[in-house]
Ligand binder design. Structure first.
Ligand code: ATP
Length: 217
């Protein structure tokens, strides 16, 4: 479904990402591993269609990945850069807003895909799934950094998607919240959503990823 074939990125002659390849199908979960600075985030940006590779090709359903292309934006959800939350929306408002904005795409058939886009988990279930029940009516500046990360993760899963890309989703989470994250990733896979996530957490990787790809610095 989503493929990177020997994609590399360089800027001003400096390599940000050495050639890397991966291929993911519906319901699969792949971990992207590698040392600090190896290029994991860069690879996720390429897979999200936010960054054009210098060499190699990244494709979604056989077409070049470009987040501005209809059919790609509806299908690929990504939490790559630091979470951006609306200062004047509460936790529950965020989930309701994103779910409503993307609702027209849930269950639709788009592009060359034959199966409908998986319907997202409803906001009230996401609040429970990510352990946010006690803070549903708080604004972002009333949350801890780990709670903001949980909100950003819940928001990412509040919209329909065939593929979810996550950059170090476990960051700032304590062990019990990392377990919630792992459970949410397994749940996504069972609903047919493909997940690619960069991580330094071997325990999370072992508990959810079917495969991992090592990025060479
Ligand atoms: N905007 C940029 N301009 C130039 N170089 C950059 C830029 N962003 C990242 N880099 C460089 O690209 C390389 C890959 O960065 P990237 O963030 O993809 O690594 P990473 O594997 O995600 O690292 P980490 O595990 O520390 O998050 C690094 O050497 C980094 O310094």
């Amino acid at each position: 479904m989503l493929s990177a074939d020997a994609v590399s990125v360089s800027r001003d002659g400096v390599a940000l990402l050495e050639p890397a390849s991966l291929d993911i199908t519906a319901g699969e979960c792949i971990a992207v591993r590698g040392d600090n600075g190896a290029g994991k985030t860069t690879l996720l940006r390429v897979l999200a269609g936010r960054l054009r590779p210098t060499c190699g090709t990244a494709t979604f359903m056989g077409q070049p990945v470009d987040e501005r292309r209809p059919g790609v934006r509806e299908a690929i959800a990504a939490l790559i850069d630091p979470p951006a939350l609306y200062p004047d929306l509460t936790v529950v408002d965020h989930l309701a807003f994103i779910a409503a904005a993307w609702q027209p795409f849930a269950g639709t058939v788009s592009g060359p895909c034959l199966d409908p886009i998986p319907v997202p988990t409803p906001p009230d279930q996401l609040i429970a799934q990510f352990g946010l029940t006690a803070v549903t009516n708080r604004f972002p500046d009333e949350l801890s950094s780990g709670q903001r990360q949980l909100v950003a993760l819940a928001v990412t899963f509040a919209r329909p998607a065939r593929v979810v890309l996550l950059d170090e989703p476990e960051q700032r989470l304590d062990p019990s919240r990392r377990a919630l994250l792992a459970s949410a990733l397994r749940d996504a896979g069972e609903r047919g959503i493909a997940v690619v996530f960069a991580s330094h957490d071997d325990a999370v990787i072992a508990s959810v990823a079917q495969r991992s790809v090592w990025i060479e610095a």
